[in-house]
Design a binder for this molecule. Sequence first.
Ligand SMILES: Nc1nc(=O)c2c([nH]1)NC[C@@H]1CN(c3ccc(C(=O)N[C@@H](CCC(=O)O)C(=O)O)cc3)C=[N+]21
Length: 280
Amino acid sequence: MTALVLDGKLCAKETENRLQAQVAELKERTGRTPILATILVGADPASATYVKMKGNACRRVGMDSMAIELPETTTTEQLLAKINELNNNPDVHGILLQHPVPAQVDERLCFDAIAAHKDVDGVTCLGFGRMAMKEPAYGAATPAGIMRLLEAYDVNLEGKHVVVVGRSPILGKPMAMMMLNANATVTICHSRTQNLSEFVKQADVIVGAVGKPEFIKAEWIKDGAVVVDAGYHPGGVGDIELSPLVNRVTAYTPVPGGVGPMTINTLILQTLESGLKQLG
Ligand SMILES: Nc1nc(=O)c2c([nH]1)NC[C@@H]1CN(c3ccc(C(=O)N[C@@H](CCC(=O)O)C(=O)O)cc3)C=[N+]21
């Protein structure tokens, strides 16, 4: 069996072509372009790279970004003040606060300070709750990107057993709700789950979102499953041991080139949606 490659890089590229045209049309009509504010606190090189990639993606579709860099020593109050300023700035249509922030900062408080209509990265409690209740909301970028990728390749989720390994606030937890809303049967496992392999063996769709290299073993995954890997670790490996699987699963996301590009693409898509709402 040759597995279908869920090519996130390609899907993101195709979407960008469409977004580029929509941004051009908006600019033509209003003379304005959506702007994403990115906030990076501290100097973690990997985080800096991701934030740069997000700004580059804005530029590729003709949108602007405003890169805000705050020192490692930033306090919760200082970050809240910056977020408030961006909430009140009519030129800013979306706000991304890069996770993680330094330990002295109350990340949840800061995420929740982002105005709901500018929460294009889907990190607020309000956005999560609305999404879970199927009310209009921007989904968390990574799980929403995964849903878009599965949709693009017509992967059927109805009644399927989706096992999500991971329960983080902006990945595993919203992923589970999105899958539930897509009529999947959902099991959430995590780093402390007992007998993890027994759950993974039952998965029609397995989502690796635990943040540990090859934590999920190939031998646990059944033939014909769909494999989605949101992990990315040094050496180009994900959360799932992938190489023994490529000839016996139905479909899989490559690492890199799978979930990562869809995360960024979803952020850009949702920034444009926000820009369209705010600029008309
Ligand atoms: N508020 C917040 N929102 C996020 O969405 C968020 C975050 N914080 N903190 C960090 C994680 C990580 N993340 C990635 C996005 C794209 C790639 C990506 O495009 N990766 C490429 C490879 C990149 C490379 O070559 O290094 C790929 O998978 O093909 C990876 C990781 C977003 N995150």
